[in-house]
Design a protein around this ligand. Structure first.
Ligand code: SF4
Ligand code: SF4
Length: 166
């Protein structure tokens, strides 16, 4: 993991559970076989490039304050091509509904409406699209699928999952 802040991962290893690691064929939501939870990576010097290059937003950006530390919040925040993704520790699927996290997520969704940014909560492979005034629980979204939003102006009024043919 890399950081442009003075923060360090410390006792946190949550990305080694919630993220999928293609090079290891590791699915999202289960511990990497090389992880010593709370301690670190047993193959740190030889870890895949996607692990080496990864930094969650709490580690990389001081804008997320201390309560957002993933080992405390049970939430790993990352940027995506079109917005933000908040991955829950599968054992705490409602972590994102607790405060102060829920209020921040609602605020990001409101900003997203203005800036055409998508805010997704991801629990394992289940995806919830968060709009300022409602949620769209999309169920399991596979790696070969993508989310299509239905807009009325800037308001999200619907969301569906389609095969990604690109
Ligand atoms: S989730 Fe963030 S803080 Fe935790 S180990 Fe991964 S990069 Fe470090
Ligand atoms: S290889 Fe190491 S850094 Fe990468 S997911 Fe596994 S434990 Fe984490």
């Amino acid at each position: 993991m890399t950081s442009s802040t003075k923060r360090t991962c410390g006792d946190c290893t949550l990305c080694c559970k919630v993220m999928a690691i293609e090079a290891l064929d590791k699915p999202a939501g289960s511990w990497c076989r090389h992880c010593k939870p709370g301690l670190g990576c047993a193959i740190y010097a030889e870890r895949p490039a996607e692990c080496e290059d990864f930094a969650c937003l709490w580690l990389a950006n001081d804008l997320l304050d201390e309560p957002w530390k993933p080992s405390r919040s049970k939430l790993v925040v990352t940027t995506s091509d079109d917005g933000l993704e908040i991955r829950c520790e599968p054992g705490s699927p409602n972590a994102w509904r607790r405060e102060p996290y829920a209020a921040d997520i609602r605020a990001w969704a409101a900003e997203g409406k203005r800036d055409d940014m998508t805010v997704l909560v991801i629990i394992g492979q289940r995806v919830i699209l968060v709009a300022p005034d409602r949620e769209f629980d999309l169920g399991v979204v596979g790696p070969d699928e993508r989310i299509v939003r239905e807009l009325e102006g800037t308001k999200v009024v619907g969301a569906t999952v389609v095969k990604d043919t690109d």
